[in-house]
Design a protein around this ligand. Structure first.
Ligand code: FAD
Length: 470
């Protein structure tokens, strides 16, 4: 039996059902198909990271004596060709929940002339399985979480003991990667597992206390690995629980540790919540989940303000620090994602789709479901979102979550000599203080592009107009 394993965003040996079952059933032919639509000109950071992940997995397979077949083109056509070329007897692959991909998958499932098997692997739970008494998906995360928490989450599959890889000539590829991103992110299953286990042993205890502080290295940074399937949430879930049990038996578990683990698992469940919604309501990629927002009176697109937001020159230091972190590293801390997104949507009254597209282009961990949910959450247009009328004050958020100014100073070095209390609103500092810190407002750092109270009232007024149907 020769079994094709089609890999998309599942670059791992552990807990990879398509690969695991293929290894049991015959000779494994691993295939990666590069999409024809991706051109060098519009490659996103997550495309570039994706290519790094392909290379890392190609190496893993090579180390085991196999060859990853890398092809470019339409998946249905390429798979049909490979079936002929190698005389394959079956095709196995893991489900994708991206609405565009799942349509192609269904066609392949129905049309390929050999048996096709599909497996669930990238979430804790399968979409469509967590539903309320009326058979509908949960709209409120806490109810979704309560249900998920009570379920027996499937154990991760082990890495296949020995894989009988199909051997062929080594494949040459010209997939582009980025040396800048490589400064910050190391792709590959080994890197993902190392990062995860370091977090589990050393950082999980403090997750609950520090996870909202962007100046503290307190979150797992697993998001690019999860997005490319270099590690699975099921493995993370079970290793967390096993580690806690072990600690509890050996020396007793602190309340702090237990609470942190619970919060961490809950964050992981937000990812499932996002996918369950995307599968149920695929239109949310570019339309509000709550249709009442279809008539929201956004301002006419203001290119200048949008560019200032993108480049981190709004005059609000936490917003600017976040946007510069994103541009440099492809990542932004979750708290700052919420603040920058809220600033765009509410202070600049700009359609959330603008921000969603910019994040899609720049986030190394871009994930169609999480990004959609994140933007709809901030804009107040999704289920269980932050209500539109609750408007973050970017200065207060900065004071609260970057109390020592570590994060702001890191990303806005031009402000580093300002005393901390002026970091949050540099334009409010006296001339003398600014001079001592060598900051000239308008020269080294901008004045705010919009005044907070004015922007807040303007946003609330727009919200009222939508509600009244004006
Ligand atoms: P940790 O705190 O260590 O959490 C562990 C994992 O849980 C994350 O890797 C992620 O997979 C999941 N998770 C954590 N928080 C969330 C959340 N709020 N929603 C869904 N899953 C979560 N996350 C992405 O993975 N890709 C995106 O494209 C993305 N876009 C976002 C856009 C906006 C506007 C907002 C507000 C949030 C977005 N998020 C996105 C969610 C969140 O910001 C990131 O998952 C998180 O910052 C990644 O860092 P981490 O791995 O250190 O997280």
């Amino acid at each position: 039996n020769k079994i094709i394993v089609w890999l998309r965003r599942d670059f791992r040996l552990m807990d990879n059902p398509a690969l695991y079952h293929a290894a049991q059933d015959g000779i494994v032919i691993p295939v990666y198909i590069h999409k024809p639509s991706s051109s060098t000109h519009n490659l996103t950071n997550s495309d570039l990271y994706h290519h790094q992940a392909v290379f890392a997995f190609q190496q893993t397979i090579k180390n085991q004596g196999g060859t990853l077949l890398i092809r470019k083109g339409n998946p249905e056509m390429i798979l049909t060709e490979i079936v002929k070329e190698v005389d394959a007897s079956a095709l196995y692959f893991n489900y994708s929940y991206d609405p565009k991909e799942s349509m192609t998958d269904q066609k392949i499932y129905e049309n390929l002339r050999i048996p096709v098997q599909r497996f669930h692997s990238s979430l804790l739970t399968e979409p469509g399985t967590i539903i309320n008494k009326q058979g509908n998906p949960y709209k409120v995360f806490t109810s979704f979480w309560k249900n998920l928490r009570a379920l027996p989450i499937k154990k991760p599959l082990l890495q296949p003991k020995a894989i009988n890889w199909y051997k062929s000539e080594p494949e040459e590829t010209d997939l582009e990667t980025s040396s800048k991103l490589r400064n910050y992110w190391k792709a590959g299953e080994t890197a993902a597992l190392e990062k995860w286990r370091y977090f589990l042993q050393n950082q999980l205890t403090d997750y609950q206390e520090y996870r909202n502080f962007p100046g503290i290295d307190a979150t797992s940074l697993l998001s690019p690995h999860l997005a490319q399937g270099e590690i699975t949430p099921r493995l993370i879930w079970h290793e967390t629980k096993e580690t806690l049990e072990l600690i509890s038996m050996e020396k007793g578990l602190s309340h702090r540790h237990e609470e942190s683990a619970e919060t961490f698992l809950k964050q992981l469940a937000w990812r499932d919540f996002a996918y369950h919604q995307l599968v149920e309501f695929p239109h949310i990629i570019d339309q509000p989940l709550q249709s009442s927002y279809l008539t929201f009176p956004w301002l006419k697109k203001d290119e200048v303000a949008l560019e200032k937001w993108k480049y981190g020159i709004t005059g609000y230091s936490l917003v600017d620090a976040g946007m510069r972190e994103l541009k440099e590293t492809g990542y932004m801390h979750n708290r700052v994602r919420m603040v920058t997104a809220s600033f765009l949507v509410k202070h600049l009254l700009t359609h959330w789709l603008e921000g969603q597209a910019y994040f899609e282009k720049h986030l190394v961990d871009h994930d169609i479901a999480n990004n959609t949910l994140g933007w709809q959450w901030v804009a107040g247009t999704g289920f269980d979102s932050s209500p539109f009328f609750r408007i973050f004050n970017p200065v207060k958020q900065a004071e609260k979550f970057d109390p020592d100014g570590i994060y702001i100073r890191k990303w806005l070095p031009e402000l580093s000599d300002l005393p901390t209390k002026y970091l949050y609103q540099p334009s409010e500092a006296s001339k003398e203080i600014l001079k001592q810190a060598s900051v000239e407002i308008g020269q080294d750092y901008p004045a705010p592009i919009v005044e907070h109270t004015f922007a807040r009232e303007r946003a609330l007024e727009a919200f009222q107009r939508m509600k009244k149907g004006d």
